[in-house]
Ligand binder design. Structure first.
Ligand SMILES: Cc1cc2nc3c(=O)[nH]c(=O)nc-3n(C[C@H](O)[C@H](O)[C@H](O)COP(=O)(O)OP(=O)(O)OC[C@H]3O[C@@H](n4cnc5c(N)ncnc54)[C@H](O)[C@@H]3O)c2cc1C
Length: 450
């Protein structure tokens, strides 16, 4: 009998691992268990589906179960939920929801790609049917239906992270009256407050009623109770972050760490032989802070899944870590961040300087040039770049990739100043905003040395 790989979770991490393992091991029997009805879908596209920029929900599916079966010979089993893992007997107990039965599937190798779920704090009424999390395409379809319904006029989004902001924009696009309530004093906790204020300004300008510093205290049909008063709501969308689905692994005896995410080594292997984990259910290593943390991003899930798949297939691959790079768009404003914010650098005990500059996304005279603000954080003694944040008009966000590259290469802000970045009026001023910020940060480092 040949060797069998069982994959739990049919999205980015699980199916990247499965397809990579197949490329390397044509002989492997691969069974993929997915409790939902789709494989390899882009949850990232849900806000654009609900907002109307994307018209067809199926276009968000990168590879269907049929593709996996026909082209990759992967036995995809939909509506099959793994309910327990027995590491001694090397088997997974599976609930087949389609046939209302439970079965046991043995494995030689096991890949856990169970993802994460929207965080639902124990607030009274949070389980009401009008309170929606956003995770699967089924969630997206439900929200799209609600957005199209005439009755859905007042939408309350709870939480000002990037998913909350993207969903708020989506409902504004559909003509709803949108209130965004956030318990913290700022939106986007992944930015420093001064940069988040720029985002808040853009959100308000777009007609979203943004209420900061008002925690939600309860939900009732038609009403959201907050510390700052009641808000009428036909529909509530949660954007309070996600929690890793690490319970199955933990119950099987595998170690979990940050927020309950599964502990893995750099090859995405757990402490158990032949058992791997990747994506939103697993921990990542942060290359700047040198900490293990939980980071839920599609980019990371795909890469980690691929690394796991190479190793499952008998090759050798490692995932060196993340620098915390993320980008989003809120209305016409682009937002991006990488590395450590000023707040995070302080928590991690770095001594640092910061530099913040305002510039334009294109040559100032070129049509469509818009404002951009860049903030850099650099280590005080060495000048090493620790992080960067950008908020601005079209063309702002992808500049973060230069900073992410610099972080991975452990460059100083002085190195950054010397980079030969591109210039032509439609793309940048002659001094790119990233370079202007680097120059200012380098000057701050030098001033400190004198
Ligand atoms: C609205 C939204 C916007 C986003 N935008 C971005 C973005 O712009 N950029 C970015 O990088 N990331 C973005 N993300 C995050 C990205 O979607 C996730 O990081 C990525 O999907 C993680 O992939 P995964 O395979 O680890 O987990 P998931 O995508 O969560 O997949 C896990 C799968 O496992 C299945 N499963 C779970 N438990 C079981 C079980 N016991 N048995 C069987 N099946 C199980 C689930 O049904 C699910 O299909 C966004 C997410 C959302 C919700």
């Amino acid at each position: 009998v040949g060797e069998r790989l069982v994959v739990i979770g049919g999205d980015a991490a699980g199916m990247s691992a499965a397809s990579q393992a197949r490329r390397l091991r044509p002989d492997l029997e691969i069974v993929a268990l997915e409790r939902g009805t789709r494989t390899s879908y882009s949850a990232c596209g849900i806000p654009y589906l609900v907002g109307g920029a994307v018209h067809d929900v199926e276009s968000l599916v990168a590879r269907s179960p049929r593709d996996f079966r026909d082209r990759f010979r992967i036995d995809v089993r939909l509506r099959h939920e793994a309910v327990a893992i027995d590491l001694d007997r090397r088997s997974v107990e599976v609930r087949d929801h389609g046939h209302d039965r439970t079965l046991s599937v043995g494995f030689d190798q096991l890949m856990i790609g169970t993802g994460a779920r929207p965080f639902r704090p124990p607030i009274p009424g949070i389980d009401l049917p009008t309170v929606h999390g956003v995770q699967t395409l089924e969630d997206g379809e439900r929200l799209l239906e609600a957005a199209r319904r005439a009755r859905c006029e007042r939408v309350v989004v709870v939480g000002g992270g990037y998913i909350g902001l993207e969903m708020a924009e989506a409902f504004v696009e559909r003509g709803a009256e949108v209130t965004l309530v956030e318990g913290d004093r700022q939106v986007m906790r992944t930015l420093d407050e001064d940069m988040a204020d720029l985002v808040a300004g853009a959100v308000r300008k777009h007609g979203i009623d943004l209420r900061l510093g008002v925690p939600v205290t309860g939900f009732e049909p038609g009403t959201v109770h907050t510390a700052g008063g009641d808000v009428a709501a036909d529909l509530v969308v949660l954007g309070l972050g996600v929690l890793p689905n690490g319970e199955l692994a933990a119950e099987a005896g595998l170690a979990t760490g940050s927020r309950g995410a599964i502990v893995v080594n750099r090859r995405q292997q757990t402490a158990a032989e032949g058992v791997w984990a990747a994506g939103d259910c697993a921990e990542s290593f942060h290359l700047v802070s040198q900490r293990h943390l939980h980071i839920a991003l599609g980019t990371v899930a795909n890469k980690q899944g691929r690394v796991a798949g190479v190793n499952i297939g008998g090759g050798y691959a490692t995932f060196p870590g993340v620098v915390g790079t993320a980008a989003t768009k809120v209305c016409a404003t682009e937002v991006a961040r990488t590395g450590l914010t000023e707040r995070e650098a302080a928590i991690d005990g770095f001594r640092f300087v910061t530099a913040r500059i305002d510039s334009t996304t294109r040559a100032g005279y070129f049509p469509g040039a818009g404002p951009i603000t860049v903030k850099l954080v650099a280590e005080r003694e060495t000048g090493r770049l620790l992080g960067g944040q950008l908020v601005g008009q079209e063309g702002a966000a992808k500049r973060v990739d230069v900073l992410a590259t610099a972080l991975s290469a452990r460059m100083t802000v002085h190195d950054l100043v010397d980079l030969d970045l591109s210039y032509a009026p439609p793309f940048a001023p002659v001094w790119d905003p990233v370079l202007v910020a680097a120059r200012k940060a380098a000057a701050a480092v030098d001033a400190d040395r004198r």
